[in-house]
Design a binder for this molecule. Sequence first.
Ligand code: G4P
Length: 551
Amino acid sequence: MNQSLEENISLSASSGDCALEPRIANEVRRRRTFAIISHPDAGKTTLTEKLLLFGGAIQMAGTVKARKSGRHATSDWLEIEKQRGISVASSVMQFTYDDCVINLLDTPGHQDFSEDTYRVLTAVDAAVMVVDAAKGVEAQTIKLLEVCRLRNTPIITFINKMDREVRDPLEVLDEIESVLKIHCAPVTWPIGMGKRFQGVYHLLKDEVLRFTPGEEKANHEVEVLKGEQIEKLAGQCPGEMQTMRDETELVKGAGASFDLHEFLKGRQTPVFFGSGINNFGVREVLRALVDWAPPPLPRETDKRIVQPTEPDFTGFVFKIQANMDPNHRDRIAFLRVCSGRYTSGMKVKHRRTGKEMKLANAVTFMANERTRMDEAYAGDIIGVHNHGQLQIGDVLTEGEALTFKGIPYFAPELFSRARLRDPMKAKQLQKGLRQLGEEGAVQVFEPLQDSNPLIGAVGQLQFEVVEHRLKSEYGVDAVFERAGIHTARWVTCADRNHLDEFVKANQARLARDVDGNYAYLADTGVNLRLAQERWPKVEFHATREHGQQLT
Ligand code: G4P
């Protein structure tokens, strides 16, 4: 095992004197669980596909892409419904690389963007951020990185599309540092770009990786130049090489060298340049995941820190996928294993209800096929079939009563009101919204001064799903109408009397969430800022933990 990996493991297993069952410890050490974050079109699908290709999980380029374009072809609901099966299958992809078991979790983007996209990030130990070198830091990347920051998730950066005429690499790095507030440590540096893209210089290894366009095969070996060969290349393309040398000098002068500890703390990101479509630079990202990204980390609970190597099984639900077929009301709850070993047929305790559950037939998703899984360890994701009893944030253990922290609700950014076509169905609407809210499909708020519930979401798709499910599962025909609300913030205040004053003065803008917490509904960003300035003792929170009673 290499040195850096050992350091990672000791870092992740340093607190508590857990009983290290050797088999579990060995499996945990091999796990890497991560997600790719990016703005649409930066190259996430392409990179996913190339990673799977390297991992031997798919044989041909085009498999993931074909699925994605299928999803894009239509917005017809029935089609979306059919696609659901596909999106379940592509939610988690497990493959092995260099003795590591890699779990790649999909962060649904484009029109699938939803609160799930954020929640997935609560279940990973690292993330790969893909940046389009021509566009730099874009809106969705900023949002996703903010979510990563909640847990200081280590980030590996891949600057993509160097085969195009793109922006100056120093400028892109500056932007990442200033906008995303994370230090950049370039590991590779581009030599030219577009038609003159020659490859990258590896700052840690002092070698040049030569770019050859159009290489789609995983077994293709990149040409590596060292010493005199690099000088020869400098003779062939003096301009590009000189620029690279000047820029890397600048970078080194600025002291931006890779520091594993800083990376693991989420303060520094190693940066790789490449071209996903040409399979160039992908291997280096995969190596960084294997060598530097942490194995499953200890997780905080309300009682104690749970070590991934503990023998007893624990896990939490971070995503619920409803089966959209009305004849099958079952759902798949995605559970992140946090410790111990899952074995098919094992009995666990469902902490919220206190009931015992048999975990049989859990599924995992090998690239694009669902396969039955016989065992799983910390870092793995298992799909548990159930009929609605599992909710986001729910914990399954072998007996111990604990609740994992860090699986929050995120402040909605879109709001609607449900209008019934048949007013006689008000009760069913209420029931449906409550259950769908509990499941995490949307968030439901009860305004203090209005009897119509407000429905909050992060992505438009969530409304479409709920509209459809209300109809098929509850027989409620409702349309969603946009409410002019910009965002919500949960409010708390140490001084109860002061909070009462705040509530009295802001009745028209306050609502209660499913757990009875107050949420301030701001119609504009300016309105939110003004409220914060006017009520400095009141705290405005963009997230809240599941099941948490704030007031
Ligand atoms: P996404 O999942 O982040 O949305 O991005 P995706 O991989 O689908 O890539 C978006 C577009 O960028 C695609 O082009 C893809 O081929 C292209 N692309 C990805 N990586 C590179 C790269 O390294 N260099 C260049 N030049 N292009 C890249 P498209 O025209 O939208 O789709 P397609 O017709 O190529 O399938």
